[in-house]
Design a protein around this ligand. Sequence first.
Ligand SMILES: Cc1cc2nc3c(=O)[nH]c(=O)nc-3n(C[C@H](O)[C@H](O)[C@H](O)COP(=O)(O)O)c2cc1C
Length: 310
Amino acid sequence: MNEMVDMMVEFGGMGLANPVFTASGTCGYADELAEFMDVNALGGFVTKSVTLKPRKGNLRPRIVETNAGMLNAIGLANVGLEKFIEEKLPVLRGRSAAVFVNVAGERIEEYVAVVERLANEEPIAGFELNISCPNVKRGGITFGTDAGQVKEITSAVKKASGGKCLMVKLTPNVTDISVTAKAAVEGGADALSLVNTFTAMVIDIESRKCVLANRTGGLSGPAIRPIAVYMVNKVYTEVAKDAGVPILGGGGIRTASDAIEFMIAGASAVSVGTASFIEPGCAVKIIEGIKKYCERHDISKVSELVGTLK
Ligand SMILES: Cc1cc2nc3c(=O)[nH]c(=O)nc-3n(C[C@H](O)[C@H](O)[C@H](O)COP(=O)(O)O)c2cc1C
């Protein structure tokens, strides 16, 4: 049995203490988490999406539970760039977990403006681009569903990122996720993050109305995990492995076994989202569980697990 497992992973040009992140939008800006877990124990932390201007988000109800998951249509409610810098950034200072700021917008120039403004802020290790947003200039077509737009937005933001790690978060709502993954890599992505939520709908049969005020929402949680694992493996084998671009894999991770599955499929690191609503401290438990698995399998470096699917 190997008592000393090296939990460090190389990720987009940096060394992380371990491969476990919390996912954007599920753990606020870190201060919300402090009561439940030691944020510094995480490998990485991704903030809620930040947009140039504050956003109130969609009308309520904007969350509904379903079998083995939930739908959300929060609509990117957030404090906006200026308040983020004033109020949230100081809380993220001095963290040992790598802090990624998730950035969203309706125009490429908005993404660029946010990243440009944050590029020299010391507590930020990198950016995660949420491209599951409609591009108002292109008639509302989601940036992330069109390979041309994915490449364009990635390269525009990359130029503004001041050398910080640029991770592009792919939407699963496409025919072939390898096509958009390849476009992100061609645009200069340092890392890929997958998957965001799956567009879905829940209907109240008595009123025959959608439960969510927005009608549709994004499905997350254990219901999506096997599809997410498949997509991570597809992107790893068809794009990321040869390009040497690491993947942050996630979708329905609740336990260490779930996380290990993603790593075997090809993820260098994993993100825990919806599970934090049920058990806010579970990301830290997952780190411990991965370590125990490595000990049991005589794996001395956790990174040796990545992409080992037979
Ligand atoms: C309530 C909620 C809010 C979310 N907000 C964001 C967000 O602001 N930006 C983003 O890129 N992803 C957001 N996500 C997506 C998650 O980061 C994650 O990609 C997705 O939920 C799949 O992982 P999970 O099944 O572990 O939750 C949100 C998810 C949930 C459930």
